[in-house]
Design a binder for this molecule. Structure first.
Ligand code: PMT
Length: 396
């Protein structure tokens, strides 16, 4: 089940850390490749030698090796992993994760991880029940972190109650379920995703375009594929590589994107319209490079076809998701697009919010449908994509 999966096992300073050794062994036994990241305090509970022997990899604790200055790159660790599992996760580490504190390697790796994250909390019953801990857990759930619930029973303090880290066997089952859930939930479904910027030529040299990098749309295509869907990505101009397992159709203009989408939509179970499509294109494309003169110049523009509206008109029972990139009257404009284009829901992002919109690796979005508006905090585009795909699943 876990053959070939890359798992980072994060170990924090709890008495339950002794169970991490068993957990590590179980993960490796199930075929996973495991790298262990520990906090300094965790080393007091279980030795790095034990964890290194069981995981067959050196243990990572510090940002760099003081002997030779070699860096332990949290970024490449985060990219390497298919799952980041933190077990045990103390109340302290959960609080830091919930607020984005990054004062050790285990936490910087969390902030860099592009993969799903699961945590197995471990603490005394009063710490677990405390409002602050519960609030942090709610925040982590909202951030997409999977929580493997602790069990009830006798705790190290001698008290009896909820807070004991789940047993390693149960954590292994939860991890296996996470992978198989992700793998199967959209098997047999087909999706069209648009991404990137369109290019509207003025002459053989110049064009009208926009700032879309394609990152948001590509993250959605990846998230759909990871859950087993067949994905056709109709991509405007971008510098990104084709995501694995995706069929990519490269287009340039809004007209080409329209043709590619309309031709394929009937065979799909749904579509996500994330591309930034030009609303206007030059009425005439000059055959030769336009020469400058001393006077100003105007270029006549004509409307492009609205791809999303065309798909909305023939959507039937298919799921259709749109985006709204706004700079003012955000919600009103998004709601009007939701209705006009017949979307099931629309993902609103605003250029007025720092960390949202074009080019960056993060976004801040609100998911709006006919019944509710769910505001998500700042998160990676990868995580936004997971939220969008979660919502799509509820509509299928
Ligand atoms: O690519 P990134 O750098 O990661 O940036 C991501 C993004 C900002 C491009 C993305 O999150 C986003 O907001 N995409 C939609 C941008 C946009 O064109 O929004 P809009 O409000 O103008 O269009 C509304 C909807 O209609 C969109 O789903 C759009 O794809 C669609 N549309 C628009 C015009 C047109 N002619 N045809 C369309 O299908």
């Amino acid at each position: 089940m876990l053959k070939g999966k890359h798992i980072i096992l994060g170990v924090t300073g709890s008495i339950a850390a002794y169970k991490s050794a068993v957990l590590c062994r179980l993960l490796v036994g199930a075929g996973a490749e495991v790298k262990v990241v520990m906090t300094s305090l965790a080393k007091q509970f279980i030795t790095p030698l034990t964890m290194a022997t069981l995981s067959k990899h050196p243990i990572l604790v510090d940002f760099f090796n003081p002997e030779n200055g070699e860096w332990n790159s949290h970024v490449s660790l985060g990219e390497w992993a298919d799952l980041y599992l933190i077990a045990p996760a103390t109340a302290n580490t959960m609080a830091k994760m919930a607020t984005g504190v990054a004062d050790n390697l285990l936490l910087t790796t969390y902030l860099s991880a592009r993969c799903p994250v699961a945590i197995a909390p471990a603490m005394d019953l009063d710490m677990y029940a405390h409002t602050a801990t519960q609030r942090n857990m709610a925040q982590l759930r909202a951030d997409g972190v999977h929580i493997i619930e602790p069990g009830s029973g006798e705790l190290a303090s001698g008290l009896v109650g909820k807070g004991r880290m789940a047993e390693p066997q149960d954590i292994l089952k939860a991890v296996e379920a996470l992978f198989s859930e992700k793998k199967k939930s959209l098997e047999g479904k087909r999706f069209l995703v648009t991404a990137g910027a369109t290019i509207e030529p003025i002459d053989p040299v110049r064009y009208i375009s926009n700032h879309s990098s394609g990152k948001m749309g590509y993250a959605i295509a990846e998230a759909l594929v990871q859950r087993g869907a067949e994905v056709t990505l109709v991509s405007g101009r971008t510098a990104l590589d084709k995501p694995e397992g995706v069929e990519r159709v490269d287009v340039l203009s809004a007209e080409e994107m329209y043709e590619a989408c309309v031709e394929r939509f009937q065979q799909m179970d749904g579509a996500v319209m994330c591309a930034a499509v030009a609303d206007y294109t030059p009425a005439v494309v000059a055959d030769e490079k336009l020469k400058k003169s001393d006077s100003d110049m105007s270029i006549a523009l004509k409307r492009t076809k609205d791809i999303a509206a065309a798909l909305g008109a023939q959507k039937g029972s298919r799921v259709l998701v749109g985006f709204a990139m706004e700079t003012q009257n955000e919600r009103e404009n998004a709601q009007s697009k939701l209705q006009r284009k017949n979307f099931d829901f629309i993902v609103l992002n605003s250029l007025r919010k720092e960390g949202a919109g074009f080019r960056g690796d993060t976004n801040i979005v609100t998911l709006i449908d006919a019944h509710e508006q769910v505001e998500l905090p700042l998160m990676s585009k990868h995580d936004v994509a997971e939220h969008i795909v979660d919502k799509i699943e509820t509509l299928l």
